[in-house]
Design a protein around this ligand. Structure first.
Ligand code: CAA
Length: 260
């Protein structure tokens, strides 16, 4: 990957996993349009790179990301927000087809919490705090926060967070289902990388279909979701890896997956 970025850092990949660091420490990783665009562009490049199977996204030690860049936000009036290209950039990030794990230490606020919720799995350090404090600024979450938070943590807690602006701890986030695992902060990235590497070793076609079908659950009723699942399940029956997986199990040997 030769492209260089100003607001994110792509570490050298390890075992087919790409670690991406948000890199605006001077503004607590506030999400400018440039940062979001660079992230979307990097993810799109990774999507078509067969050497990378999964991504871990992280921020800083004290702040994962402090939300939308409020200096940029201040310059937008109603027409500016109406014509804002950011929703399209967020959509590009959400459409990343490979597993995306957020490793969150410190504050994940506003757009920072929303960015974490764009990931498929969140691993949090025990110092992490999640919040949607837009209400304190006369705003509401604008990058999916209302819709994704309520699906992740349920109505009562989502209402509390969005209406009061109060943060929840990593432990509360874990208890409510927003976060998959809580670690000591020094281990957050390492644990996320390990998990990503575990997933990276699984047959890629099945991983991709599983992610796609799981995310559909947010968008459809049960019957439509079940039909979508069945179609993906049927498609996978035509893959070499599915046959190899079953044969290897029956022959008591390790499967050799080819991604076909
Ligand atoms: N946008 C732009 N700059 C930001 C920022 C943001 N969201 N958050 C922090 N910064 C900047 C500060 O302005 C400050 O810059 P200067 O040194 O130039 O003054 C620098 O980062 C350090 O910030 P603090 O001094 O505030 O640091 P702190 O350690 O005392 O507090 C914090 C950390 C709790 C994260 C605090 O910075 C904070 O509350 N930030 C704003 C959080 C917020 O309200 N986010 C929601 C934004 S709106 C949104 O996200 C909409 C949406 O849905 C997309």
């Amino acid at each position: 990957m030769t492209q260089s970025y100003q607001t994110i850092i792509l570490e050298p990949p390890v075992a087919a996993v790409q670690l991406i660091r948000l890199n605006r420490p001077q503004a607590h990783n506030a999400l400018t349009s440039l940062l979001l665009t660079e992230l979307a562009t990097a993810l799109e490049a990774i999507a078509s790179n067969d050497d990378i199977a999964a991504v871990v996204l992280t921020g800083g030690d004290k702040v994962f990301a402090a939300g939308a860049d409020l200096k940029e936000m201040a310059a937008l009036d109603m027409v500016g927000v109406l014509n804002d290209t950011r929703p399209a950039i967020w959509r590009r990030i959400y459409q990343f087809p490979k597993p995306l794990i957020a490793a969150v230490n410190g504050y994940a606020l506003g757009g920072g919490c929303e960015l974490a919720m764009h990931a498929d799995i969140i691993i949090a350090g025990d110092s992490a705090q999640f919040g949607q404090p837009e209400i304190n600024l006369g705003m509401i979450p604008g990058a999916g926060g209302t819709q994704r938070l309520i699906r992740a943590v349920g109505k009562s807690l989502a209402m509390k967070m969005v209406l009061s602006g109060e943060f929840i701890s990593a432990l509360e986030a874990k208890q409510s289902g927003l976060v998959a695992e809580v670690t000591v902060p020094e281990m957050t990235i390492e644990r996320a990388m390990k998990l990503a590497q575990t997933i990276a070793q699984k047959p890629a076609l099945a991983v991709r279909q599983a992610k796609d079908v799981l995310l559909k659950a947010f968008e459809t009723d049960l019957e439509a979701g079940l039909q979508y699942e069945r179609k993906a399940f049927t498609v996978l029956a035509g893959s070499d890896d599915r046959n190899e997986g079953i044969n290897a199990f029956l022959e008591k040997r390790k499967p050799k997956y080819t991604g076909r």
